[in-house]
Write a protein of this length. Sequence first.
Length: 528
Amino acid sequence: MKKKFVLILLSFSPMLSFAQESISDKIDSTFKFLTGWFVDLIFYAIPFTDTIQIPWVLLVLLGGALFFTFRFKFAQVRLLGTSIKVVQGKYDHLDHHTADKAFGDTTEGGDVFETIASEGADGEVSHFQALTAALSATVGLGNIAGVAVALSIGGPGATFWMILAGLLGMASKFAECTLGVKYRDVDENGVVYGGPMYYLTKGLKEKGMAGFGKVLAIFFAIMVVGGSFGGGNMFQANQASAQFVKLFNLTNENAGMYFGMLMAVIVAVVIIGGIKRIASVTEKIVPFMAIMYVGAALIIIFMNVSLVPQAFSDIFSEAFTGQGIAGGFIGVIIQGFKRGTFSNEAGVGSAAIAHSAVKTKYPASEGIVALLEPFIDTVVICTMTALVLVITNLKASAAGMPLFEYGTEVKQGVELTATAFDSVIPHFSIALTIAVILFAFSTMISWSYYGMQGWKFLFGHSKKIDLVYKFLFLIFVVIGATIKLGSVLNFSDAMIFAMVVPNMIGVIILSPKITEELNKYLKAIKSK
């Protein structure tokens, strides 16, 4: 199978080389002409003042996060301890007991929820594996490059708003992932099909809005497929390839293409095995990446511990100044949602696809696990990056050679972050390049699963349909590493954030169901 994919990819090499030399710009201009209106619509910024303009899609995300925060009584705070226990497996025994009235089971046939045929804990992966699979799609280049861009625009105060937005996003992630499990489908072979496509169709049908739900689900599925090829694939391959070529100072004009082909083969080995193989890989990669990156950040922080009070003082004091507010809302939130600074995807609905595959009969148990994602991704990892940048810039400024000027946007966020780390830990940029490649790889394999679920929802569950999507995904890996992206990536980003519209509508309408499932699970915990 591996040899077959290599031969297929090699057959495309002359075409890709030609595309790199002469067609890349034409593709970019054609895409801009055809899709520019859609990109402008999704990222249309509502002017609030002469200097502050906020995209409407961002207001929907933050509005939804606030709604869920109050609707579920600050679940991100009161359920945080429970979420850690669920991930540790302390409540796994609940899935091995027969459901009864004591657990709030009111569905026909004795099932805990309507879409699962038996009382067993259906699913394909553990709570921890589902968490790491979803995290692998969100923890990525935005945590490294995006934070640097945001701070360069808005200053240290941007960090404050980033943390606040991450905390609010925990409630959105809890809500959508609970629904993902509740309305999933499980076939006769135990394969799970889940995500917004299913709770939009089945959940809204229960509300008497079957037609409306079907339209929203189809729109979401189309957007997630497109997003998986672009932001979840080509952008990742492009950035990983660029870092690899730069690190080794490769001058061969086809170096990017060869790197993309190698990456495609490695990705193929993983995604052919489905969610079980993906989860088995991400449960190893994600903890390694997090420990390596956060560990290095903590070393820098402790080595400059005398500057920590000043760093926190700048973060909090400048969060409410003119520069801080512009940086917080414009630099962090806008740049974050558009390029991954705010990379946890809370409210987008994508993570609900991965979490739907968990082995459980209590939907809320996985929603509780999912709320950890924005905390780990944004509150922990993004904040570590921000602290390193603020501290190293303070130190460099004291020496009269600042790393960057606040208020002036940097174009290469990865390079700035690498410079900050290198200034304290020599040659850490090598490790950072490895991290970028691993981040890109893990994001790609998880987004391949997201896109494939949308693809199957649209075209069916046959093996041929499955292979067509995987083949296309692998081709886009090579293309992404080879050509300039430009408008292609802008269109893909717009597709990802267009997913917010149907997802938010469905989750808000179905929020009473989430409350019911949460009460069932908390009652089960108390009963056993």
